[in-house]
Design a protein around this ligand. Structure first.
Ligand code: HAM
Length: 421
């Protein structure tokens, strides 16, 4: 027996209502904040993420599904959207459209991670990007859009974790301070962090190892080391969030795992759990990425929201989702001629927008009426040999058991009236 690849899953019919609910909310909120949809291919050039996401990141170091095509190109299953959006922005001439450009998408991403609950090798994200503006008001409104989606799905106690990690001007100085701080505590660090100290010292701040957490207690904080521009930018965002009454926690340990971020970064955690491990989404500003990927100096800010984790949390929190109610009509057919006419009647009813259930492969009246009962259809239409010859059909009220015979030609009109009642 074959199995789905490790870390990948099937989404069963009964789970689809959760996914549909989230997608509906995402599309609605995207529209209301003026985001337009952009879809990019599932495969991209490997170099895009090496350059965009960053060579030292976990994604590029350990998690990409990469392969060589028959034409000898090195491609990957996309591990995130942001570099792909910027590639499209530059390639498709979007840079010449009025700015800021607000774009979003929903789709699958692939990361070869250690699989566990909430961490899958194929996951789905809703991704939002605002390209071409530096104004902190956009950072705040983007966070508001995230928050509106969360609220729209039905979550209440959700808090934003926020930090600023500075820019090219102030980060090198902060980095030096951090390295000097950790160099004195090198022996207390886990082996991963000893490596990170050389390549990406900011990542030491969010290591989960208890020894590293203890060693980080008194580490210098980014917020105390921002240049005036980054400081004002961050202060303004917080003031806008206060104005919008969005609850946030200043989290000096939040650094995010991707190389392109500048200034503001944020994540959204389910309140009582905490921890990056279960983040429902995250994002931030990236004012150098467009240039890194070959464009002009252009700002950007965005977020990715993990739909799989939102679905898990909806189930845990027992968030109500109303599935579509079952069809009001069950079509019962008997005999060869009845089956033929019923097949045609099914089409007539469907085209008239009457939702119908049926079981064409079952032949007895008893079996079919049992199914009609099971889905609690208020009406059954019965079409047997006699009705087929007379060009009629029986409408049965399933609750009272009363029946009326109507001409086939009038059944749509009569049914519509009965359903309305
Ligand atoms: P990210 O933090 O890597 O950011 O992913 C965003 C969200 O996707 C996470 O917070 C989480 O909810 C979900 N996620 C990530 N990996 C997995 C996984 N293996 N299984 C389940 N869910 C997962 C980005 O991808 C950035 N591109 C976001 C961004 C957009 N920044 C600026 N613009």
């Amino acid at each position: 027996m074959f199995q789905a690849p490790k870390g990948m899953r099937d989404i069963l019919p009964e789970e689809q209502i959760y996914w549909e609910k989230i997608r509906q909310v995402v599309h609605k909120i995207a529209k209301s904040y003026g985001f337009e949809r952009l879809d990019t291919p599932i495969l991209e050039e490997e170099g895009l993420f090496i350059k965009g996401t960053g060579l030292s990141t976990d994604i590029v170091q350990k998690e990409m599904y990469s392969f060589r095509t028959k034409g000898r190109d090195r491609l990957v299953l996309r591990p995130e959207f942001t570099p792909a959006f910027i590639r499209a922005y530059l390639e498709d001439g979007l840079a010449s459209r009025p700015h800021p450009l607000k774009l979003y998408t929903i789709g699958p991403l692939f990361r070869y991670e250690r699989s566990q609950k909430g961490r899958y090798r194929q996951h789905e994200q809703a991704n939002f990007e605002v390209i071409g503006e530096n104004d902190p008001v956009l950072d705040a409104q983007l966070i508001q859009a995230f928050f509106s989606i969360i609220r729209g799905i039905g979550f209440k106690d959700i808090v934003i974790q926020i930090n600023s990690i500075g820019c090219r001007q102030c980060r090198p100085n902060y980095r030096r301070k951090l390295v000097a701080f950790y160099n004195k505590r090198k022996r207390e660090l886990c082996s991963d962090c000893q490596k990170r100290l050389k390549q990406n010292p900011l990542r030491l701040l969010d290591c989960k190892n208890e020894r590293c957490i203890a060693a980080t207690e008194e580490a210098p904080q980014t917020i105390d080391n921002l240049c005036p521009d980054c400081h004002n930018h961050f202060k303004n965002i917080l003031e806008y969030l206060d104005e919008l009454e969005i609850p946030y926690i200043l989290n000096p340990r939040l650094v995010r795992g991707l190389d392109y971020y500048t200034k503001m970064v944020f994540e959204v955690w389910p309140e009582e759990e905490g921890g990056r491990q279960s983040a429902l989404g995250g994002g931030g500003r990236y004012d150098n990425l467009v240039k890194t990927l070959g464009g002009r100096e252009t700002s950007g800010v965005g977020f990715g929201m993990g739909i799989d984790r939102l679905v898990n949390l909806m189930k845990e929190k027992k968030i109500k989702v109303s599935g579509e109610s079952s069809p009001p009509v069950f079509l019962v057919q008997l005999g060869e001629l009845g089956k033929k006419k019923a097949l045609k009647l099914f089409e007539d009813l469907r085209r008239a927008n009457i939702r119908i259930a049926s079981q064409f492969s079952k032949d007895t009246m008893k079996e079919q009426l049992k199914s009609a009962d099971k889905i609690k259809a208020p009406f059954a239409l019965i079409l047997g040999q006699k009705e087929a010859l007379d060009e009629t059909v029986i409408i049965r009220n399933m609750e009272s058991g009363s029946q009326e015979t109507v001409p086939l030609k009038k059944v749509v009109k009569t049914l519509k009236k009965r359903i309305k009642r």
